[in-house]
Design a protein around this ligand. Structure first.
Ligand code: ZN
Ligand code: ZN
Length: 230
């Protein structure tokens, strides 16, 4: 397979020089992995160990329990995720989920979730993009950790505008009531949400709120990237 379809680096886009690898060594070194100290709620990197929560989590109540992200949303990751989503580079998910499971596999296992649920796209947007990037990630994680992935649990019935164009207040308004749980009786207790980027948490919160309204008790999340130090 490698000969027919040489592996392209998710960062520089060149053919990965080392066989069997998913990224060039140099490119991997450019990525900023989130480490401690991090916010105990949303997982954003913090500047000091004495802080427990980031500025955002201190002033806002979240509907989810806890979440983590693998990388800081640097210019490298920004452009990589952009190509993943809008240039149909689905194979980048192999690298993303490999790293995600490497770093947070044990954390995810410790949560003992009943299912992994990707943040849904509105059906119109999914049709135009061809796939839901969060679903591709969720499936990769589920496969590697042997956990069920249930994209059908939640739908997005409001075709929201892209969050990146909005400020904090507008983001919350934009995703408010955007998610619906079609099934009346959801037999899940703990769920892990998956998305590509976490910024202020409005999307994850709206999804967690919808899930909790149907009796789901604990909602966690995992993302590829989150904003910088706050
Ligand atoms: Zn590279
Ligand atoms: Zn936080």
């Amino acid at each position: 397979m490698d000969i027919l379809y040489p592996r392209r680096c998710p960062i520089c886009g060149e053919i990965v020089p080392k066989k069997g690898e998913l990224i060039c060594g140099e490119c991997k070194d450019k990525l900023v992995y989130i480490k401690n100290p991090r916010c105990k709620k949303c997982g954003k990197p913090l500047e000091f160990y004495k802080e427990e929560y980031c500025r955002d989590c201190k002033r806002r109540r979240h509907y989810f329990e806890e979440g983590r992200a693998v990388w800081v949303y640097s210019k490298e990751m920004r452009s990589s995720i952009y190509r993943f989503k809008y240039d149909n580079k689905r194979e980048y998910a192999d690298f993303y989920t490999e790293e995600l499971v490497q770093v947070y596999g044990n954390w995810i296992k410790s949560l003992q979730v009943d299912a992994i649920v990707p943040i849904p796209l509105h059906k119109k947007r999914k049709r135009s993009r061809g796939f839901n990037q969060a679903e591709v990630l969720a499936c990769g994680i589920g496969r590697k950790l042997n956990l069920p992935v249930m994209p059908e649990v939640m739908v997005r019935d409001k075709n929201t505008v892209a969050q990146k164009e909005l400020n904090d207040k507008e983001r919350q308004e934009n995703v408010k009531n955007a998610f619906k749980i079609p099934c009346n009786e959801v037999k899940l207790k703990k769920v892990l949400l998956v998305d590509d980027i976490y910024t202020t948490g409005s999307t994850i919160d709206a999804a967690a709120k919808a899930l909790k309204s149907k009796g789901i008790e604990k909602v966690y999340y995992i993302c590829l990237c989150t904003g910088g130090v706050s």
